[in-house]
Ligand binder design. Structure first.
Ligand code: TRP
Length: 372
């Protein structure tokens, strides 16, 4: 029995990523693919080396096209239902690496419409505020303004809608039900929404007036949408978009759940005052024992430790350092307090830098954002 659930709107339980690949019918990122990327761009991001991006669809095809001289565009996005947290930033860091190394254009969608139809309490005005706040975070990632377009569905509705209805016409209610588990109580806005999320996969081709390969870096929970996108792509005269998909950053509560905006203390937000974020790290769940004496004797458990996971996923690029820390933990030499401080320093540093760039982003909106 599987004890986890992954849909675009709900992520629950202790996720078995291998099983998820089987359930979703995606492909694992293999060593061969990693070396192929290394051969092409000379630089392998730790997310690839460590298989944080662990799954894909048609990445091999995309690389073959690239090798034949056909460049690709990138497409990713964000649902502006709240402030950005570190879990959201993870795919954006990778997207930036892809833009830098492969020199790609990037189309960044903000799905304000989705968050409105989904939310039980947010008004459109509140969502507009998050659209703006999240945009600052996206710009702060350092994307190339010459090559990046950020747009919200509501503010680009006129341009997007004519393409969305073409997708909608090809998707039956029974497909949407099978893919997303919709029932008679689902509002019809949500049923239509997947058409809007499909459109940016086609925008590079629409703009170029010819078929352009597209790669979508995203967390694995978005896969259901893109199954539909891929299903209709060729019928509408486009390539199927390729996908490269990441795991989730666990919540500070423990490894069984992804960070959630609804649980403020278990996630680190980009707007958190660095000192508050530090406190969150110092209170996080670890794999340590009840007492120091017990830990010295038995060692800790890095596999369930949030601190170790944060270092592994985001904050410790140095493989040797990470391995040494793991060994010290297992052997009982390292105490949780030290690891917590080590991570807290890194988190504080990241936030300080990010928040500086976020301030600067306020004057750069027009370089990135497009609207009707
Ligand atoms: N639906 C996504 C969310 O809720 C936002 C999104 C739109 C997205 N297009 C995307 C995410 C493409 C990844 C890739 O966060």
């Amino acid at each position: 029995m599987t004890e986890f659930k992954v849909t675009p709107w709900e992520v629950e339980g202790d996720i078995d990523y291998k099983k998820l690949i089987e359930q979703f019918g995606t492909q694992p990122i293999t060593e061969e693919l990693v070396s192929r990327i290394e051969g092409l761009v000379g630089e392998v991001h730790p997310f690839l080396r460590r298989k944080i991006f662990f799954s894909h669809r048609d990445l091999d095809w995309l690389l073959s096209m690239y090798e034949k001289g056909k460049p690709f565009s990138l497409y990713t996005g964000r649902g502006p239902s709240g402030h950005t947290h570190l879990g959201h930033v993870l795919p954006w860091i990778f997207t930036k690496y892809l833009q830098d190394t492969f020199g790609c254009d990037l189309w960044f969608q903000l799905t304000d419409d989705e968050k409105y139809v989904l939310s039980s309490n947010l008004t459109l005005e509140e969502i507009d505020t998050y659209t703006y706040e999240n945009t600052l975070d996206v710009i702060a990632m350092g994307f190339d303004p010459e090559k990046t377009k950020i747009f919200s569905d509501l503010h680009c509705a006129k341009s997007l809608y004519r393409h969305a209805i073409q997708v909608a016409k090809k998707v039956t209610f029974s497909t949407a039900k099978a893919v997303f588990g919709f029932d008679n109580s689902t509002n019809i806005g949500l049923i239509f929404f997947t058409s809007m999320q499909s459109v940016p996969a086609f925008l590079p081709s629409i703009q170029a007036g010819k078929k352009v390969p597209v790669l979508i870096p995203c967390a694995i929970d978005q896969d259901p949408h893109f199954r539909i996108t891929r299903d209709v792509a060729e019928k509408l005269g486009y390539y199927k978009p390729a996908l490269i998909q990441s795991m989730f950053l666990p919540s500070l509560e423990g490894p069984d759940s992804k960070m959630s905006a609804s649980k403020a203390n278990t996630a680190i937000f980009t707007v958190d005052p660095p000192k508050d974020a530090r406190k969150k790290v110092l209170n996080a769940f670890t794999g340590g024992c009840q007492s120091l004496a017990e830990q010295r004797e038995k060692g800790g458990n890095p596999h369930v430790c949030t601190i170790f996971q944060y270092l592994y996923i985001l904050f410790e690029d140095n493989d040797d350092e990470l391995e040494k820390r793991k060994q010290r933990c297992l052997s009982g030499e390292e105490m949780c307090g030290n690891c917590k401080k080590y991570l807290a320093d890194k988190v504080e540093e990241f936030l300080k830098e990010h928040q500086k760039r976020r301030e600067k982003a306020k004057g750069m909106i027009d370089d990135f954002v497009i609207s009707d």
